[in-house]
Design a protein around this ligand. Sequence first.
Ligand code: SF4
Length: 468
Amino acid sequence: MSSKKTLFDKVWDSHVVEHIENGPDVLFIDRHLVHEVTSPVAFLGLKNRGIKVLHPEKTFATADHNTPTINQHLPVEDPLSANQLKALEENSAAYGISYWGLGHEKNGIVHVVGPEYGITQPGATIVCGDSHTSTHGAFGAIAFGIGTSEVEMVLATQCIMQAKPKSMRINVEGSLNRGVTPKDVALYIISQLTTSGATGYFVEYAGQVFRDMTMEGRMTVCNLSIEMGARGGMIAPDEKTFEYVKGREFSPKGAALDKAMTYWETLYTDEGAQFDKEITFDASNIEPMITFGTNPGMGIGISNDIPNANAVEGGAATYQKSLQYMNFNEGDSMMGKPIDFVFLGSCTNGRIEDFRAFTSIVKGRKKAANVTAWLVPGSHQVEAAIKNEGLLAILNEAGFELREPGCSACLAMNDDKVPAGKYAVSTSNRNFEGRQGPGSRTLLASPLVAAAAAVTGKVTDPRELMEV
Ligand code: SF4
């Protein structure tokens, strides 16, 4: 067997506690992120069995999924949400876990605050009861979502049983075109691979495009790995990664940092290491993307027409049902389609870079009268940066308001629901039927495309509004 290892192999192998013959590996978990929705039953299981949390110092809790995004200082009205938030607060206190609840200065979406505070580190294993835990792979970590029973397992043992996935490398070479963002890169890859194209694999992203990308952009790409079926996605850490991590509250300092760096600098795929599958794309083929259907793989370049069913892999009936739900037709142009809502936020695109991009388009323009816009920062740290950088003043001048941090209309577990039949251009990660509210119709896109739609009231190519 070759001694050359992939980045994934290096991180995985260094965390195997026990290998079960013909079975899964038992992996040690460095960081366990917890939120209010998938944790109550897990904590109840611990309580019933009289078990403690083994490593409370490696466990971090934040409230995000069903928190309101206005008037967070008032009691939460929805009884289910209020109960879940109370349970997380009480469980965190009972088991000695850091809890960043509503109103806490560090509160925000779990996948936004983890990196912000240095909880997310290169070469770590990170889990959370949320599919988009793959976000943390941007730092060269193995990060993946887990179910409620696994949350309980990790709380009790700091380990998880996992079958080792196959490996896939996706290279995107060249430079991105004007107006093309990391979100477009991810939507493009999913449109090419389909939503099941990476099922059973853990993906490494490589190539010039990812080397050039900011840490925020890398997080956006890794976040969406799950939407092509992958167990997760990761990018080899480099100087940009190390600089981002250093000096944050929970990142190592002094001698601990020196020791960590010795490990972090080994985190790359060895020349000649083998992947089970490898694909290469040319960056010049990617333009601003938008989805037209009810899964993230149903995306096209914004200037293209909706494909005919016979040109699409998979069942034509499912495809047509999806178009029916969206009230679109084969051959339609997406450009010019009227929209009702715009959502800027989520763990995919709720970071400061996303607000900078959105603001660059709306600056000096006005929000379209027919559009309701929800601009929701991913955390209080992002919210503060929006204010400190002067973006809020520009947004207000253009007729937009900023809400308070949370998952918001990503999954509409709070009051931010898109009404039935209405169209939302959304920077989030899923456009499933009803994801943003029963009967809602979601068009996934980048912050630039969302901004262009917000000021024109229809699907618009952001390149038409960008300064040259
Ligand atoms: S923003 Fe959406 S995907 Fe991200 S953690 Fe919240 S609910 Fe999950």
